[in-house]
Design a protein around this ligand. Structure first.
Ligand SMILES: *Cc1c(COP(=O)(O)O)cnc(C)c1O
Length: 406
């Protein structure tokens, strides 16, 4: 069967009521038929649910579908994407380990690496997403030219591709080659691409983590996260999660699992809308710059074509005129919402400089290309004609407002 069929047809066991749609197992615990069974379940000589912090049928169904879509052996689900990111690190790293990460990361991933893991003696270094193979190698390998003396080899490399909001790509095949040579754990946040557009495990990644809050839900309703990958790596992550408790709620798992039935269909429309909007905005004289991985003008267009099957649904544009222009532009939009979220059926615009990335220092913003006039567009599922005309009119109106002020 094709993945799309499996995403629709994979379902948890029904009860004797023979529900066609999977029921919601909203229960904190499960009962034992006998003392003997309770003992066997805890000894793990019998498989079965005990307590929803450990496992639950709705959660298991969701994880099974994500593993199938990502070509992964095993996985665990968490209450949020950040819980998945943190569990993938805390379950595998120990004091003295070194983590190499891509510089362009989701803000909270940055905080986890630089403020939290560092408290436990896990060191880190950042590398630009677009760095060459030699530069990545120098950061990963001990005692290379640029590395401080005595620094250990990277135990884990963590990255996002495409990145937020700069849409920089990391060459997954290149990192897969370096992993084969040096044996670190390659951990990829695949949230922006979703397994529909990109499967990092096929390029040699060991783990793929997701904020399921974004495209997997796709309708801005629930929070969730998932880590999938090599079974021997998921085992210690599962141990960490089981005992520290960042579990996904059965209700959210039920919503997310239903949503995976339409992920493929939604991504097709998301990506088509995003490409058409990007092309229209690139033609507009009052837009300074348009970034989208599947526009030939994107600096890594060729790479995008080799590792993604479509360009995703985030388009980043640059408008001249700083925050004054942003205010006029956002006020003029009639359809797109102002929010810091992304991956919704509704189109959302965000000004990273004053919201999601506001806390970064000026040199960090500069390294990530976060300028006052940058707008991240999470392109939704509305009719493309409506979106293009909404953006075109708001861009023109905001350009006029600015010209009047001069
Ligand atoms: C949103 C997001 C996260 C964090 O997910 P939450 O569900 O908000 O905890 C991590 N990585 C990326 C790329 C994201 O967009």
């Amino acid at each position: 069967m094709k993945k799309q069929t499996k995403a629709i047809r994979t379902q948890a066991k029904r009860s004797q009521n023979r529900e066609h749609s999977v029921p919601l197992y909203l229960t904190s615990s499960f009962s034992f038929e006998s003392a003997e069974q309770g003992k066997a379940l805890f000894e793990e000589t019998e498989e079965g649910n005990i307590y929803s912090r450990f496992s639950n049928p709705n959660v298991a169904e969701f994880v099974e579908k994500v593993c199938m879509l990502e070509n992964a052996e095993d996985g665990i689900a968490t209450g949020t994407g950040m819980a998945a990111v943190f569990a993938s690190m805390a379950g595998l790293l120990k004091s003295g380990d070194h983590l190499v990460a891509c510089r362009a990361l989701f803000g909270s991933a940055h905080q986890v690496i630089s403020q939290i893991l560092s408290k436990w003696g896990i060191t880190h270094a950042y590398v630009d997403a677009t760095a060459t193979e030699a530069e990545w190698e120098a950061a990963i390998q001990p005692n290379s030219g640029t590395a401080p003396a005595g620094r250990p080899a990277a135990r884990m490399v963590y990255l996002e591709t495409p990145s937020n909001p700069g849409l920089e790509l990391v060459d997954l095949a290149m990192l897969g080659r370096l992993k084969a040579k040096y044996g670190f754990i390659l951990n990829v946040d695949n949230c922006f691409a979703t397994p529909i557009l990109q499967t990092p495990i096929d390029f040699g990644a060991d783990l793929s983590v997701h904020s399921a809050t974004k495209y997997m839900d796709g309708q801005g309703r629930v929070l969730g996260g998932v880590v999938v990958g090599r079974a021997d790596l998921i085992q210690p992550i599962r141990f960490f999660a089981r005992h520290t408790g960042p579990s996904l709620s059965p209700f959210n798992a039920w919503v997310l699992s239903k949503s995976l039935e339409t992920l493929d269909l939604r991504m097709e429309r998301h990506c088509r809308n995003a490409l058409q909007l990007a092309e229209a905005l690139e033609r507009h004289e009052d837009v300074a710059r348009v970034l989208y991985p599947f526009l030939p003008s994107h600096p890594q267009y060729e790479l995008a074509r080799t590792q993604m099957s479509a360009g995703g649904a985030i388009v980043t544009i640059e408008l001249d005129g700083g925050f004054e222009r942003i205010k006029a532009f956002f006020d003029a939009l009639q359809i797109a919402s102002l929010s810091s979220n992304l991956g919704d059926s509704r189109t959302i615009v965000t000004n990273p400089n004053t919201t999601t990335h506001a806390k970064l220092k000026p040199h960090e913003k500069a390294a990530l290309g976060i300028t006052p006039g940058l707008v991240r567009i999470s392109v939704g599922l509305e009719a493309i004609e409506d979106l293009i005309s909404d953006f075109e009119q708001a861009i023109s109106v905001s350009a006029d407002v600015l010209n009047e002020q001069v």
